[in-house]
Design a protein around this ligand. Structure first.
Ligand code: SME
Length: 161
């Protein structure tokens, strides 16, 4: 199957997950499982969420699928995760060995994408994907992962109403 149609299919599958999920935690758990299972170059997928009330702010590992990581709490001034949360921007790193911000989770990781999750326009966390393949995350992958992060933001907004 061409990669573009696979991405389109997975986009629809995560939209369906969002419709069926009882709450954001349920959605995040199912989304990381689905992304790992369906996207063959996604070797680790996980959410880091800002811990409410902690100063200075810290990202805490939530639902994830893949090997265990030593980075369960990441301050905003550390890592690609910290950079994405503090800038509120998606970060794609094609070669993690060339990025001084990178915090290693697995020695096999070659590339990474981190997409912020917004709730009512404020950063609430992020969706982080690692790949064993260099430059695994194309513009289409970026759109897919941003879609997943946006669905979680909407779910969190719905539960805060
Ligand atoms: N690589 C991330 C840390 C998280 S692990 O990849 C799961 C970073 O540089 O922030």
């Amino acid at each position: 199957m061409p990669v573009a149609s696979r991405i389109e299919e997975v986009r629809n599958e995560i939209s369906e997950l969002a419709e069926r999920s009882a709450n954001a935690d349920d959605l995040m758990r199912k989304m990381v499982n689905l992304l790992r299972k369906r996207m063959l170059k996604y070797n680790w997928a996980g959410f880091y969420m800002l811990e409410p009330g902690t100063q200075p702010p810290v990202l805490v590992l939530g639902a994830f699928d893949g090997t265990t990581t030593p980075h369960t709490r990441i301050p905003l001034n550390q890592g690609i995760c910290g950079a994405a949360a503090s800038s509120g921007k998606t970060i794609v790193v094609d070669d993690v060995s060339q990025d001084p911000r990178y915090l290693a989770c697995s020695l096999e990781t070659k590339s990474e994408i981190v997409v912020p999750v917004f709730v009512h326009g404020k950063i609430a966390g992020e969706l982080d994907i690692d790949s064993h393949f260099p430059a695994a995350f194309t513009a289409e992958d970026k759109t897919l992962v941003q879609h997943g992060a946006a669905l979680v933001g909407l779910k969190l907004e719905a539960s805060s109403e």
